[in-house]
Design a protein around this ligand. Structure first.
Ligand code: MLT
Length: 316
Protein backbone atom coordinates (compact mmCIF):
# COMPACT_ATOMS: atom_id res chain seq x y z
CA UNK A 1 0.00 0.00 0.00
CA UNK A 2 1.39 3.46 -0.90
CA UNK A 3 1.88 6.05 1.82
CA UNK A 4 -0.84 8.23 0.27
CA UNK A 5 -3.42 5.51 0.95
CA UNK A 6 -2.43 4.69 4.53
CA UNK A 7 -5.30 4.97 6.98
CA UNK A 8 -5.37 8.17 9.04
CA UNK A 9 -4.56 6.22 12.24
CA UNK A 10 -1.24 5.04 10.77
CA UNK A 11 -0.27 8.55 9.76
CA UNK A 12 -1.19 9.87 13.20
CA UNK A 13 0.97 7.20 14.81
CA UNK A 14 3.85 8.21 12.59
CA UNK A 15 3.31 11.87 13.47
CA UNK A 16 3.83 10.97 17.14
CA UNK A 17 7.39 9.84 16.51
CA UNK A 18 8.26 12.21 13.67
CA UNK A 19 11.03 12.53 12.72
CA UNK A 20 12.81 9.27 13.36
CA UNK A 21 15.26 9.53 10.45
CA UNK A 22 16.84 12.15 8.16
CA UNK A 23 14.63 14.40 6.08
CA UNK A 24 15.36 15.28 2.45
CA UNK A 25 14.91 18.86 1.31
CA UNK A 26 14.66 19.11 -2.47
CA UNK A 27 16.35 22.20 -3.91
CA UNK A 28 15.07 22.82 -7.44
CA UNK A 29 18.26 24.50 -8.71
CA UNK A 30 22.00 23.97 -8.90
CA UNK A 31 24.17 23.72 -5.79
CA UNK A 32 25.84 26.96 -4.79
CA UNK A 33 23.03 29.15 -6.14
CA UNK A 34 20.74 31.40 -4.10
CA UNK A 35 18.04 28.86 -3.28
CA UNK A 36 20.62 26.24 -2.37
CA UNK A 37 22.43 28.66 -0.06
CA UNK A 38 19.25 29.60 1.83
CA UNK A 39 18.20 25.94 2.02
CA UNK A 40 21.53 24.86 3.52
CA UNK A 41 21.47 27.60 6.17
CA UNK A 42 17.91 26.71 7.26
CA UNK A 43 18.57 22.94 7.07
CA UNK A 44 21.61 23.23 9.32
CA UNK A 45 19.51 24.85 12.06
CA UNK A 46 16.42 22.67 11.53
CA UNK A 47 18.57 19.72 12.48
CA UNK A 48 18.97 21.18 15.97
CA UNK A 49 15.26 21.08 16.73
CA UNK A 50 14.43 17.93 14.79
CA UNK A 51 17.35 15.87 16.07
CA UNK A 52 17.95 14.45 12.59
CA UNK A 53 19.78 15.89 9.58
CA UNK A 54 17.94 17.69 6.81
CA UNK A 55 19.77 16.50 3.71
CA UNK A 56 19.80 18.73 0.63
CA UNK A 57 19.11 17.12 -2.74
CA UNK A 58 19.54 19.32 -5.81
CA UNK A 59 17.02 18.27 -8.48
CA UNK A 60 17.61 20.66 -11.36
CA UNK A 61 16.05 21.38 -14.73
CA UNK A 62 13.29 23.35 -16.47
CA UNK A 63 13.18 26.22 -13.95
CA UNK A 64 12.41 23.99 -11.00
CA UNK A 65 9.58 22.02 -12.62
CA UNK A 66 11.53 18.73 -12.56
CA UNK A 67 11.87 19.16 -8.80
CA UNK A 68 8.26 20.31 -8.48
CA UNK A 69 6.95 17.12 -10.08
CA UNK A 70 9.23 15.01 -7.93
CA UNK A 71 8.17 16.82 -4.72
CA UNK A 72 4.49 16.62 -5.65
CA UNK A 73 4.78 12.84 -6.00
CA UNK A 74 6.82 12.22 -2.84
CA UNK A 75 5.23 10.31 0.02
CA UNK A 76 3.32 12.77 2.23
CA UNK A 77 5.10 11.64 5.38
CA UNK A 78 7.27 14.68 6.13
CA UNK A 79 10.50 12.98 5.09
CA UNK A 80 10.60 14.81 1.76
CA UNK A 81 10.06 18.55 1.67
CA UNK A 82 10.97 21.17 -0.90
CA UNK A 83 12.18 24.73 -0.89
CA UNK A 84 10.79 26.93 -3.63
CA UNK A 85 10.16 30.54 -4.51
CA UNK A 86 8.36 33.14 -6.60
CA UNK A 87 9.45 31.29 -9.73
CA UNK A 88 8.76 27.69 -8.80
CA UNK A 89 5.57 28.19 -6.80
CA UNK A 90 4.05 31.08 -8.74
CA UNK A 91 5.46 31.82 -12.22
CA UNK A 92 5.85 28.19 -13.30
CA UNK A 93 2.10 27.64 -12.92
CA UNK A 94 1.39 30.31 -15.54
CA UNK A 95 4.24 29.50 -17.90
CA UNK A 96 4.49 25.70 -18.01
CA UNK A 97 1.94 23.00 -18.80
CA UNK A 98 2.60 21.10 -15.59
CA UNK A 99 1.65 17.61 -14.46
CA UNK A 100 1.17 19.03 -10.96
CA UNK A 101 -0.42 22.12 -9.47
CA UNK A 102 1.99 24.63 -7.88
CA UNK A 103 -0.77 25.33 -5.31
CA UNK A 104 -1.17 21.66 -4.34
CA UNK A 105 1.46 21.47 -1.60
CA UNK A 106 1.20 21.83 2.17
CA UNK A 107 2.86 25.14 3.11
CA UNK A 108 5.46 24.79 5.88
CA UNK A 109 6.94 28.28 6.22
CA UNK A 110 7.64 31.50 4.38
CA UNK A 111 11.32 32.11 5.01
CA UNK A 112 12.59 35.27 3.36
CA UNK A 113 12.29 37.78 0.60
CA UNK A 114 14.85 39.80 -1.32
CA UNK A 115 15.13 41.80 -4.54
CA UNK A 116 17.06 41.13 -7.71
CA UNK A 117 20.07 43.04 -8.97
CA UNK A 118 20.57 44.07 -12.57
CA UNK A 119 24.19 43.02 -13.06
CA UNK A 120 26.73 42.88 -15.86
CA UNK A 121 30.00 41.18 -16.66
CA UNK A 122 32.99 42.95 -15.13
CA UNK A 123 34.31 44.46 -18.38
CA UNK A 124 30.96 45.68 -19.71
CA UNK A 125 31.57 49.29 -20.82
CA UNK A 126 28.29 50.63 -19.32
CA UNK A 127 28.88 52.38 -15.99
CA UNK A 128 25.23 52.88 -14.99
CA UNK A 129 21.76 51.65 -15.91
CA UNK A 130 21.13 54.33 -18.55
CA UNK A 131 24.42 53.47 -20.25
CA UNK A 132 23.51 49.77 -20.00
CA UNK A 133 20.21 50.40 -21.79
CA UNK A 134 22.05 52.37 -24.51
CA UNK A 135 24.64 49.57 -24.83
CA UNK A 136 21.89 46.95 -25.13
CA UNK A 137 20.16 49.02 -27.83
CA UNK A 138 23.41 49.18 -29.77
CA UNK A 139 24.34 45.52 -29.22
CA UNK A 140 20.96 43.79 -29.17
CA UNK A 141 21.95 41.28 -31.85
CA UNK A 142 24.70 39.75 -29.79
CA UNK A 143 23.93 40.67 -26.16
CA UNK A 144 22.99 37.82 -23.82
CA UNK A 145 21.30 37.52 -20.44
CA UNK A 146 21.80 34.42 -18.29
CA UNK A 147 18.76 32.91 -16.59
CA UNK A 148 17.98 30.08 -14.19
CA UNK A 149 15.90 28.45 -16.93
CA UNK A 150 13.13 29.27 -19.39
CA UNK A 151 10.33 31.11 -17.60
CA UNK A 152 12.40 31.56 -14.42
CA UNK A 153 12.31 34.81 -12.45
CA UNK A 154 15.50 35.97 -14.15
CA UNK A 155 13.90 35.37 -17.54
CA UNK A 156 10.58 37.01 -16.61
CA UNK A 157 12.33 40.08 -15.15
CA UNK A 158 14.45 40.28 -18.30
CA UNK A 159 11.35 40.24 -20.52
CA UNK A 160 9.78 43.04 -18.46
CA UNK A 161 13.05 44.98 -18.74
CA UNK A 162 13.03 44.51 -22.53
CA UNK A 163 9.44 45.72 -22.74
CA UNK A 164 10.12 48.79 -20.57
CA UNK A 165 13.33 49.78 -22.35
CA UNK A 166 12.59 48.68 -25.94
CA UNK A 167 15.77 46.62 -25.92
CA UNK A 168 16.35 43.18 -27.39
CA UNK A 169 18.83 40.53 -26.28
CA UNK A 170 18.90 36.74 -26.07
CA UNK A 171 18.36 34.65 -22.97
CA UNK A 172 20.74 31.83 -22.09
CA UNK A 173 19.20 29.24 -19.73
CA UNK A 174 21.21 27.48 -17.02
CA UNK A 175 20.28 24.94 -14.34
CA UNK A 176 20.38 27.69 -11.78
CA UNK A 177 21.61 31.18 -11.08
CA UNK A 178 24.86 29.82 -9.60
CA UNK A 179 26.27 28.47 -12.89
CA UNK A 180 24.88 31.49 -14.78
CA UNK A 181 26.77 33.83 -12.46
CA UNK A 182 29.99 31.87 -13.01
CA UNK A 183 29.60 32.42 -16.75
CA UNK A 184 28.88 36.11 -16.23
CA UNK A 185 32.06 36.52 -14.19
CA UNK A 186 33.97 34.71 -16.93
CA UNK A 187 32.50 37.07 -19.54
CA UNK A 188 30.59 34.35 -21.45
CA UNK A 189 27.29 36.22 -21.00
CA UNK A 190 26.69 39.95 -20.63
CA UNK A 191 23.99 40.58 -18.04
CA UNK A 192 21.69 38.92 -15.51
CA UNK A 193 18.61 39.78 -13.50
CA UNK A 194 19.89 37.96 -10.49
CA UNK A 195 18.73 37.44 -6.95
CA UNK A 196 20.78 39.79 -4.79
CA UNK A 197 21.71 36.90 -2.51
CA UNK A 198 23.52 35.24 -5.42
CA UNK A 199 25.62 38.14 -6.61
CA UNK A 200 26.16 40.55 -3.69
CA UNK A 201 29.51 39.01 -2.75
CA UNK A 202 30.75 39.35 -6.34
CA UNK A 203 29.46 42.92 -6.54
CA UNK A 204 31.40 43.74 -3.37
CA UNK A 205 34.56 42.16 -4.72
CA UNK A 206 34.18 43.91 -8.09
CA UNK A 207 33.91 40.71 -10.14
CA UNK A 208 30.51 41.79 -11.51
CA UNK A 209 28.96 45.22 -12.07
CA UNK A 210 25.70 46.12 -10.33
CA UNK A 211 23.43 48.64 -12.06
CA UNK A 212 20.28 48.64 -9.92
CA UNK A 213 18.26 46.86 -7.28
CA UNK A 214 14.69 45.91 -8.25
CA UNK A 215 13.06 47.56 -5.24
CA UNK A 216 11.85 50.94 -4.11
CA UNK A 217 14.50 51.13 -1.37
CA UNK A 218 18.21 50.39 -1.39
CA UNK A 219 19.57 47.27 0.29
CA UNK A 220 20.91 47.87 3.80
CA UNK A 221 23.72 45.43 3.03
CA UNK A 222 24.67 47.22 -0.24
CA UNK A 223 23.56 50.85 0.04
CA UNK A 224 25.81 51.91 -2.83
CA UNK A 225 23.57 50.19 -5.43
CA UNK A 226 20.81 52.53 -6.68
CA UNK A 227 17.19 51.46 -6.87
CA UNK A 228 15.60 51.02 -10.30
CA UNK A 229 13.68 54.25 -9.63
CA UNK A 230 16.89 56.17 -8.98
CA UNK A 231 18.76 54.52 -11.85
CA UNK A 232 16.13 55.45 -14.45
CA UNK A 233 13.78 52.49 -14.69
CA UNK A 234 10.95 53.33 -12.30
CA UNK A 235 8.71 50.57 -11.06
CA UNK A 236 10.64 47.43 -12.08
CA UNK A 237 10.09 45.91 -8.66
CA UNK A 238 10.74 42.19 -8.16
CA UNK A 239 10.56 40.65 -4.67
CA UNK A 240 11.90 37.12 -4.76
CA UNK A 241 10.37 35.26 -1.81
CA UNK A 242 11.31 31.75 -0.70
CA UNK A 243 9.19 29.21 1.15
CA UNK A 244 9.22 25.57 2.18
CA UNK A 245 6.48 23.07 1.35
CA UNK A 246 5.59 19.43 2.02
CA UNK A 247 3.66 17.18 -0.38
CA UNK A 248 -0.11 17.53 -0.33
CA UNK A 249 -1.66 15.26 2.28
CA UNK A 250 1.20 15.48 4.79
CA UNK A 251 -0.50 15.22 8.21
CA UNK A 252 -1.02 18.50 10.05
CA UNK A 253 1.02 17.45 13.10
CA UNK A 254 4.01 16.69 10.90
CA UNK A 255 3.67 19.99 9.04
CA UNK A 256 3.52 21.75 12.43
CA UNK A 257 6.70 20.02 13.59
CA UNK A 258 8.49 21.00 10.38
CA UNK A 259 7.15 24.54 10.53
CA UNK A 260 8.29 24.96 14.14
CA UNK A 261 11.77 23.73 13.15
CA UNK A 262 12.00 26.23 10.27
CA UNK A 263 10.74 29.06 12.47
CA UNK A 264 13.22 28.15 15.22
CA UNK A 265 15.98 28.29 12.58
CA UNK A 266 14.79 31.70 11.38
CA UNK A 267 14.83 33.00 14.98
CA UNK A 268 18.56 32.24 15.34
CA UNK A 269 20.66 35.45 15.44
CA UNK A 270 23.27 33.80 13.24
CA UNK A 271 20.65 33.01 10.59
CA UNK A 272 19.42 36.63 10.79
CA UNK A 273 22.94 37.87 10.22
CA UNK A 274 23.66 35.53 7.32
CA UNK A 275 20.34 36.31 5.64
CA UNK A 276 20.88 40.07 6.11
CA UNK A 277 24.31 39.82 4.46
CA UNK A 278 22.55 38.10 1.55
CA UNK A 279 20.03 40.95 1.25
CA UNK A 280 17.24 38.71 2.61
CA UNK A 281 14.49 39.99 4.83
CA UNK A 282 12.98 37.43 7.20
CA UNK A 283 9.25 38.07 7.69
CA UNK A 284 7.85 38.53 11.22
CA UNK A 285 6.94 35.19 12.79
CA UNK A 286 3.19 35.59 12.21
CA UNK A 287 3.96 35.86 8.47
CA UNK A 288 6.17 32.74 8.48
CA UNK A 289 3.44 30.28 9.49
CA UNK A 290 1.85 27.83 6.99
CA UNK A 291 -1.38 29.84 6.66
CA UNK A 292 0.61 32.99 5.90
CA UNK A 293 2.64 31.22 3.21
CA UNK A 294 -0.59 29.87 1.71
CA UNK A 295 -2.12 33.38 1.52
CA UNK A 296 1.11 34.94 0.25
CA UNK A 297 1.42 32.38 -2.54
CA UNK A 298 -2.26 32.84 -3.47
CA UNK A 299 -1.87 36.64 -3.58
CA UNK A 300 1.27 36.37 -5.71
CA UNK A 301 -0.48 34.01 -8.13
CA UNK A 302 -3.43 36.37 -8.38
CA UNK A 303 -1.06 39.26 -9.09
CA UNK A 304 1.48 37.63 -11.44
CA UNK A 305 -0.37 35.01 -13.51
CA UNK A 306 -2.36 37.62 -15.48
CA UNK A 307 0.77 39.77 -15.96
CA UNK A 308 2.89 36.84 -17.15
CA UNK A 309 0.12 35.52 -19.40
CA UNK A 310 -0.51 38.91 -20.99
CA UNK A 311 3.25 39.35 -21.54
CA UNK A 312 3.06 36.03 -23.44
CA UNK A 313 6.16 34.65 -21.75
CA UNK A 314 6.81 31.11 -22.91
CA UNK A 315 9.04 28.40 -21.51
CA UNK A 316 11.10 28.05 -24.65
C1 MLT B 1 18.72 29.36 -8.06
O1 MLT B 1 18.95 28.93 -6.93
O2 MLT B 1 19.41 29.02 -9.02
C2 MLT B 1 17.65 30.39 -8.24
O3 MLT B 1 16.75 30.45 -7.18
C3 MLT B 1 17.03 30.38 -9.54
C4 MLT B 1 16.18 31.59 -9.81
O4 MLT B 1 16.65 32.73 -9.77
O5 MLT B 1 15.00 31.39 -10.06
Amino acid sequence: MGAATLPVASLTARADTFPSRPITMIVPFAAGGPTDVLARIVAEYMRRSLGHPVVIENVTGASGTVAGLRASRAAPDGYTITIGHWGTHCLNGAIYQLQYDVRAFEPVALIASGPQLVIGRPDLPAQNLKELIAWLKANGDTATSGTAGPGSGAHVAGVFFQQLTATGFSFVPYRGAGPALNDLMAGHIDIMFDQASNSLAQVRSGTVKAYAVTASTRLASAPEIPTVDEAGLPGLYIAYWHGIWAPKGTPGEIVSTLSAAVMAALAEPNVHQRFAELGQEIPPSDKQVPAALRSHQAAEIEKWWPIVRSANIKAE
